[in-house]
Design a protein around this ligand. Structure first.
Ligand SMILES: Nc1ncnc2c1ncn2[C@@H]1O[C@H](COP(=O)(O)OP(=O)(O)OP(=O)(O)O)[C@@H](O)[C@H]1O
Ligand SMILES: [Mg+2]
Length: 396
């Protein structure tokens, strides 16, 4: 069918034509944000899930929901190499400038902008990557100690007070939170904790890989009580079907039941894969309804596309040793696997593989669901590893 009107949208952070199966969580967050706007006790929300399950698009949708109801938002994505203060400062500045347009909030927003100047000046020495416009001179003693934990707390308090004066809430949407270093996570947790104690309308809605939960707990032991960690994963059968059928029927296209069944089975309901299968199914079919035969040939191009993009970008970032480690895991199946079993496959000692495993965790390729267990963060990565390193001599 005409590729120009193909509704499906595989891609990192690309909004799907139908955001299936996430209504409940959206509602939970909507309620949380309304509560925080009213100054009621509310936990920050950290959405955790594997690669490609739809964390980013969900976060973006929640942000749109919030903005539509008049809540102020800040949107940050933590890359591997930037510091949290450098990421957060320019975004807070923009939010504060907006808040300062409200008559009741102007004085407090300007005070927060002064805090931001002090914050940036004092922390530049430690975090060289901070770059932010300074609209107002610093106020000595306000967020300018040069100690992140203290200064972020002071800054967040002044920002929260400005949002409160404006009769709104400020929500920090932060994606890929697992890349934020532990001391910086700790500072963020402390700052939010303090703001929550003071009932200030500022809250975090974050997303990250499943290891985030443990990282937060290590950064601050009370983090687990302060945050909710809803987990998102593959879609249920009904939702996976919706993700395919609704965009099709919007275009008056039908799909056979067996064809739909085949998509749901092969994708295991993983959102990224559903988009890829939907896209290739559409492109392969000549006309409506899409048949099982169409899906069978579309599967080949869908897998090839995933191998070239979704899987490939992650594979290319690996060292030879890391590839071998993941290939050994793949040999054992989807996982999780015991470290001892992986070491056995490689004829190595568990301890000698420790550094490789840690690097893979830092890169976000694997995580540890339980002590001593290792699991892929990318769904179906085991099958990909076998496709890309098929030789029986990978272990030499
Ligand atoms: N609920 C959903 N229903 C249908 N498709 C979805 C849904 N959520 C996400 N998708 C699709 O899945 C793909 C991946 O989404 P997204 O980039 O948000 O995942 P992610 O969890 O952020 O992945 P990563 O961990 O790699 O950043 C996109 O193509 C998106 O359109
Ligand atoms: Mg993402």
């Amino acid at each position: 069918m005409n590729p120009v009107t193909n509704p499906f949208a595989p891609g990192a952070g690309t909004p799907p034509p139908e955001l299936a199966g996430r209504d409940e969580l959206r509602e939970t967050v909507r309620v949380a944000l309304e509560r925080v706007r009213r100054g009621l006790p509310t936990k920050s929300v950290l959405i955790v899930g594997l690669r490609g399950v739809g964390k980013t698009v969900l976060l973006d949708r929640m942000r749109d929901d919030a903005e539509a109801s008049g809540i102020q938002t800040v949107r940050i994505e933590a890359p591997e190499s930037r510091s949290l203060p450098a990421l957060i400062a320019p975004q807070l500045r923009q939010a504060l400038i907006k808040l300062s347009r409200s008559e009741q909030a102007r004085a407090l927003a300007e005070r927060a902008l002064r805090a931001l100047t002090g914050f940036a000046n004092a922390l530049k020495i430690k975090y060289h990557d901070i770059e932010v416009g300074t609209d107002f001179p610093a106020e000595p003693g306000l967020a300018d100690n040069g100690d992140l934990e203290h200064d972020l707390q002071a800054l967040i308090e002044t920002v929260g007070a400005a949002a409160q004066a404006a009769g709104t809430a400020l929500v920090l949407f932060i994606d890929e939170l697992q890349y934020v270093e532990e001391d910086q996570l700790a500072a963020l947790i402390t700052a939010l904790h303090r703001a929550a104690q003071r009932r200030l309308p500022i809250i975090l809605v974050g997303a990250g890989l499943p290891q985030l939960r443990g990282q937060m707990g290590r950064a601050k032991s009370y983090a687990e009580r302060l945050f909710d960690f809803p987990e998102i994963g593959p879609l249920s059968d009904v939702d996976a079907r919706d993700a395919i059928v609704k965009p099709l029927s919007d275009q008056r296209v039908e799909i056979g039941d067996d064809a739909l069944r085949s998509i749901v089975d092969q994708t295991h309901g993983y959102p990224y894969f559903l988009q890829e299968w939907g896209k290739h199914g559409w492109d392969t079919a000549i006309r409506s309804p899409i048949t099982l035969g169409d899906i069978t040939s579309a599967s080949r191009s869908a897998i090839a596309a995933l191998d070239e993009s979704f899987f490939r970008v992650r594979f290319d970032r690996l060292t030879p040793v890391e590839k071998k480690y993941l290939r050994a895991m793949a040999e054992l199946g989807p996982g999780p696997h015991r470290s001892g079993d992986i070491a056995d496959k490689l004829n190595r000692k568990v301890t000698s593989l420790g550094p490789t495993r840690s690097q893979l965790i830092t890169k976000g390729m694997v995580w540890s669901p339980n002590h001593g267990d290792t699991a892929f963060t990318v769904p179906l990565f085991d099958e990909f590893m076998k496709r890309i390193m098929p030789d029986s001599d990978w272990n030499e």
